[in-house]
Write a protein that binds this ligand. Structure first.
Ligand SMILES: NC(=O)c1ccc[n+]([C@@H]2O[C@H](COP(=O)([O-])OP(=O)(O)OC[C@H]3O[C@@H](n4cnc5c(N)ncnc54)[C@H](O)[C@@H]3O)[C@@H](O)[C@H]2O)c1
Length: 701
């Protein structure tokens, strides 16, 4: 027997499954046998008595889970951090465990009332004593970890649990003697697995499969070279034996019904303190301010969800709900993250939703100098579509040329300070580039105007419209197109060749002719097939009147490309009377600028197709500038490209037959996006009909 190891247990005199607070308890209320539980517990107690010293705490009526002493608290040396149970059902255990710790000479630390932490169920010492692994996600709060680091003077590594069957760290993770680790990787998020892999070398990691995990193989008591558990597969036993451990299995099925096994039934109470180990934790917290239509625009839910989804945690410090329909709500929220990297990731996304540091706590944006042309500093802030301001010399400066996926460059010049978005390839040595997330905010509309716009587009606001709603959506878009044209605004169309194949060319041509289009973006194909139809009556060799393939028609588009190449450009071919109708013809005739961006699958290409993609992106960006609306017609490639360059505030209408494409393109979190799932030829014909109606209200179509 090893005298030096002491374990606390609690006899199952009052044990039963009385309530459901984890998935294991479901369907098991009052299904455990008291006699069998006593028998199984006594067997475990006997085994542990042979290898360690077992102390007992007296169980109490009304708190059946007190048998799981792992959740009494966490002990290190003379100090014990008392548990703060998450579920009220277990909170009655706290005074009994507190008394036991105090009676046995421990310094008892108590967490704030509303900060859950479930003791050694969620905090496991590396068996070499080097650090503490601490779980969060279900029962314990991330914010409890800095307290553990401070009170127990040990480094705390936070691990996020994501599978509610493994709601405590000790259900899926067991540090073993000699630096080994028995664990179930599926219970953790990828970031936590990354931390585990960084700290524990592969040769020491014993990763188990789900079948062993659900037998609670990780819920193991480890005393030197012995591991005691409910059950292990033969392969797991082999792995443990190969690592030098003796495996003792003892059935604990009655306790599995409550979601616990060997480790849960024990608490090690004489954990040694290493002199060289000191407290630290990478956990970071900060307070953020949110303002706007937090509930009706869904900003509050989205903000809190993204914190949790990224592995952080939050506490709403105050929430002032705007009571009138137009009034604005605001909230201060404390965000915690397991480390700096996760905090930056969370902050980057919260800034997009309009979150900012409270006004009395704003720092200037951090910058780093670009040291290599076309390469940003590692930690550069990635811009989004929303109007953004950066704090420079204690002033907010509006960022110019806002776009997604750029960097932000600060310039000090004679006129003062300016800031602009630059894609990384355009950075030059010496540029002062914003890094990190300090001193950056996006300016989300909070005015009544936003509500009005939202109302106008409310029936489309859900994003994607079904076939049934297409006509309604078309009416709305036609009305909007008309408004934009009449006030001299700008509509840019990005279109793929499907427009031609589906018979939409004549409709799009008419839109250009009637002044509804101020710029056209696309690839080689839209122009090739449009001209093929103009010159030969086919689109990709299919007769557009009869809808049947033409003999040898697959060569048509090459003939057309060749012809235009002879004239040097589409405009020349129009001017020379070769092209006499179609979308490209109307563009040339009505001075509507177009940009054709090349791709790997292009035939020819046409002389106008820009095969230098950086130049093509620049041409696109120029044409998009100042647009009020972008109509994206059945081209995933070009529409996504355009979407990335377009700042918020520009209405985007995406038409595609594939709902997934529409969802992707219209999901910019912005009220201005409208998705229409339908055939593009049909859409264009409905749109032109609707515009005709607007032009002549008495005309029937
Ligand atoms: N001969 C050529 O040179 C040639 C031919 C084809 C494509 N390309 C080039 O390849 C690139 C990608 O082509 P893309 O933009 O056509 O492909 P894409 O895959 O990016 O987009 C086509 C989209 O059309 C949608 N679609 C299909 N049928 C539809 C319908 N009836 N109604 C509405 N939507 C429909 C699809 O769901 C898809 O999202 C472009 O740059 C294009 O110019 C070149």
């Amino acid at each position: 027997m090893t005298e030096s190891i002491r374990i606390l247990m609690c006899a199952p005199d009052h044990y039963d499954v009385d309530y459901v607070i984890n998935p294991w308890m479901e369907g098991n209320i009052h299904k455990s046998s008291q006699d069998k539980a006593v028998e199984q517990w006594s067997k475990l107690n006997q085994i542990l008595n042979d290898i360690a010293q077992v102390d007992l705490v007296e169980g109490q009526p009304g708190v059946p889970d007190m048998v799981f002493t792992a959740n009494a608290g966490l002990v290190l040396g003379e100090n014990a951090v008392l548990s703060r149970f998450y579920h009220p059902e277990r909170q009655g255990e706290e005074p009994h465990f507190k008394k036991w710790f105090a009676d046995n000479g421990f310094n008892v630390f108590e967490l704030p009332q509303d900060l859950p932490f479930e003791g050694a169920g969620d905090a496991l010492l590396d068996r070499e004593g080097r650090w503490l692994w601490a779980g969060y996600g279900f029962r314990s709060e991330l914010d409890s970890h800095p307290y553990l680091a401070k009170w127990l003077d040990i480094e705390v590594l936070s691990l996020r649990l994501i599978d509610d069957r493994f709601y405590h760290l000790d259900t899926c993770f067991c540090p073993l003697t000699g630096g080994y680790l028995l664990y179930y990787p599926g219970a953790f998020d990828s970031y936590s697995n990354h931390i585990i892999e960084k700290r524990v070398p592969e040769s020491k990691r014993i990763a188990i499969a789900e079948a062993d995990a659900i037998n609670f193989a990780c819920n193991t008591v480890n005393v030197e070279q012995t591991v005691v558990m409910n059950k292990a597969s033969s392969s797991l036993k082999q792995s443990l034996e190969d690592a030098g451990f003796t495996v003792i299995e003892t059935p604990l099925t009655e306790f599995l019904k409550a979601g616990g096994a060997a480790k849960c039934l024990t608490l090690r109470i004489n954990e040694p303190v290493l002199p060289d180990v000191h407290g630290s934790t990478p956990v970071e917290s900060r307070v953020l301010h949110l303002e706007g239509h937090l509930l009706d625009a869904g900003i509050m839910n989205r903000s809190l969800d993204l914190v949790v989804d990224n592995g952080g945690s939050f506490k709403v410090l105050n929430f002032n709900l705007g009571v009138e329909r137009n009034s604005i709500s605001n909230a201060d929220v404390r965000i915690s993250a397991p480390d700096h990297e996760v905090m930056e990731k969370i902050m980057g996304q919260l800034i997009e939703l309009g979150a900012a540091s409270p006004s009395d706590d704003v720092s200037n944006a951090d910058t780093e100098t670009c040291d290599l042309d076309g390469v940003a500093p590692d930690d550069f802030y990635v811009s989004n579509i929303y109007p953004t301001e950066v704090r420079v010399d204690n002033q907010w400066v509006r960022v110019q040329k806002q776009r997604m996926d750029g960097s932000i460059v600060i310039n000090h010049n004679a006129d003062g300070v300016t800031a602009e978005c630059k894609v990384i390839r355009d950075l030059v040595q010496g540029d002062s580039v914003v890094v990190g997330v300090e001193g950056i905010r996006t300016v989300r509309k909070k005015s009544n105007r936003e509500l009005k716009v939202k109302e106008e587009f409310s029936f489309m606001g859900a994003g994607v419209s079904s076939e049934r709603r297409v006509e309604l959506v078309v009416e709305q878009i036609a009305w909007e197109l008309r408004q934009i044209r009449d006030r001299g605004g700008k509509v840019v169309v990005t279109a793929g060749p499907v427009v031609i194949h589906t018979g939409g060319a004549k409709h799009l041509s008419k839109l250009v002719r009637d002044g509804y289009v101020q710029g056209l973006l696309g690839g080689n194909a839209i122009a090739v097939h449009d001209i093929e139809q103009s010159l030969m009556g086919t689109s990709l060799g299919v007769d557009m009147q009869k809808g049947t393939p033409v003999q040898g028609g697959h060569r048509h588009h090459l003939k057309v490309i060749n012809k235009v190449r002879r004239y040097g450009s589409i405009a020349q071919a129009v001017e020379q009377g070769v092209i006499t109708q179609g979308i490209m013809y109307e563009c040339v005739k009505h001075h509507v600028p177009f940009a054709l961006a090349g791709s790997i699958r292009d035939d020819g290409p046409l002389p106008d197709t820009q095969m230098d993609l950086i130049k093509a992106q620049e041409e696109y960006a120029q044409l998009i500038e100042g647009a009020d609306m972008i109509l994206m017609l059945s081209t995933m490639l070009h529409s996504i490209g355009v979407g990335n360059m377009t700042p918020a505030g520009v209405k985007m209408v995406c038409v595609d037959i594939n709902p997934a494409v529409v969802t992707k393109l219209s999901d910019r979190g912005s009220v201005e996006s409208v998705g229409v799932v339908t055939d593009v030829g049909l859409f264009l014909s409905l749109l032109v009909n609707q515009l005709n109606k607007l032009t002549s209200p008495y005309q029937t179509v």
